[in-house]
Design a protein around this ligand. Structure first.
Ligand SMILES: Nc1ncnc2c1ncn2[C@@H]1O[C@H](COP(=O)(O)OP(=O)(O)OP(=O)(O)O)[C@@H](O)[C@H]1O
Ligand SMILES: [Mg+2]
Length: 320
């Protein structure tokens, strides 16, 4: 059995090779050819092989092209709700309006905040992120507003807070729903007056930084239960963006899965595609962890898959 390396046409030398040839076709060879060879027939096979090569290159190109037309900064999406968000962001990025981003975990809140920052006039200034849920209250105050020398035990030098570090740029307040009542008051004062007071300080410092806040909580419900201040909510949500969960974005799941697959296979130096049934599972999975879950799932599948096709078992998701 001989195989032309480029066109991947297999020529059979005897009947015993037939099984091997079929296996080779399953692994990506174009066709196999029975001896005795009819030259015309072989020419036809080669032409079709050439055509398929061009077709594959074209569809790869058009997949890439469709990705660039459905990309906003690094955010992929074509669903009407996402297009609407992109259009609002294009308008809002040019202003310094405060933005509140709401969405389930893994829906791309931080990615969106970064897109707003980089579309804006302040794109060359710092983008500073802080997770309000991950830091204890007393520490969060000094992280945000900074502290003066001697403000508390261990404060040997004066330190700027994230707000001052973000001056001229953007401060991204992640998990804003976790912020304590007293800090909410302090943040509100900053948003109203654009001035801060460092912990242990008396002086008011003027700071111009845009604030983008995000939460995966239902903040309206937090208002009703009194855990979040209404006045702060309205100050923060001058522009209110709601990122839909992935399961409500229609075909975006396929678009994003293919983009992740391309990226991940490049990194692992492999050439992989989803099988039709793997794509079915991707489309039907509810993705509770949203795009982050999809990203991790594809990465794992690329590592786990043995052939050229990613099969449902490589995805390891429960199709129900
Ligand atoms: N529309 C998208 N297109 C491509 N990649 C995306 C998209 N949305 C999110 N991602 C990617 O998914 C991952 C999760 O996004 P991100 O961290 O912004 O989500 P999040 O909403 O802030 O999550 P969490 O609530 O867990 O903090 C990131 O790696 C991000 O780059
Ligand atoms: Mg986040």
């Amino acid at each position: 059995m001989k195989a032309a390396p480029d066109t991947k046409v297999i020529v059979l030398t005897g009947n015993g090779d037939r099984e091997n040839a079929i296996r080779a076709v399953q692994l990506g060879a174009f066709d196999y050819h029975q001896k005795p060879i009819q030259l015309n027939e072989l020419k036809g096979v080669l032409q079709r092989a050439e055509y398929r090569k061009t077709f594959e290159a074209d569809s790869e190109k058009s997949l890439r092209a469709s990705e660039t037309t459905t990309r906003f900064e690094d955010i992929l999406g074509n669903a009407p709700a996402m297009r609407e968000i992109f259009s609002v962001v294009t308008r809002v990025a040019k202003t310094d309006a405060t933005v509140l981003i709401q969405g389930e975990s893994g829906t791309g809140k931080e990615l969106l905040a970064r897109a707003i920052h980089s579309k804006g006039a302040q794109c060359n200034q710092p983008f500073v992120a802080i997770n309000c849920g991950a830091i204890p209250e007393t520490l969060l105050e000094s992280e945000l507003f900074g502290h003066e020398k001697g403000a508390y035990t261990g404060a040997h030098v004066q330190r700027k807070g994230k707000l001052e570090i973000a001056a001229g740029g953007t401060l991204f307040l992640d998990e804003i729903g976790e912020m304590s009542g007293p800090l909410q008051v302090k943040l509100l004062r900053f948003l109203q007056q654009r001035e801060i007071e460092r912990v242990g300080g008396r002086e008011l410092v003027r700071v111009d930084a845009r604030v983008i806040a995000a939460t995966n909580k239902d903040l309206k419900a937090e208002l009703q239960s009194g855990r979040f201040r209404e006045d702060l909510f309205y100050r923060l949500s001058v522009v209110n963006l709601k990122l839909p969960p992935l399961r409500e974005r229609g075909d975006d799941v396929v678009l994003i899965a293919n983009a992740f697959l391309r990226r991940s296979s490049q990194r692992h130096r492999r050439k992989l595609q989803f099988s039709a049934s793997a794509l079915e599972s991707i489309i039907h999975h509810p993705w509770p962890g949203n795009i982050r879950e999809l990203e991790n799932t594809v990465e794992r599948a690329v590592i786990m898959s043995k052939g050229k096709l990613i099969e449902p078992r490589d995805l390891g998701i429960d199709v129900g």
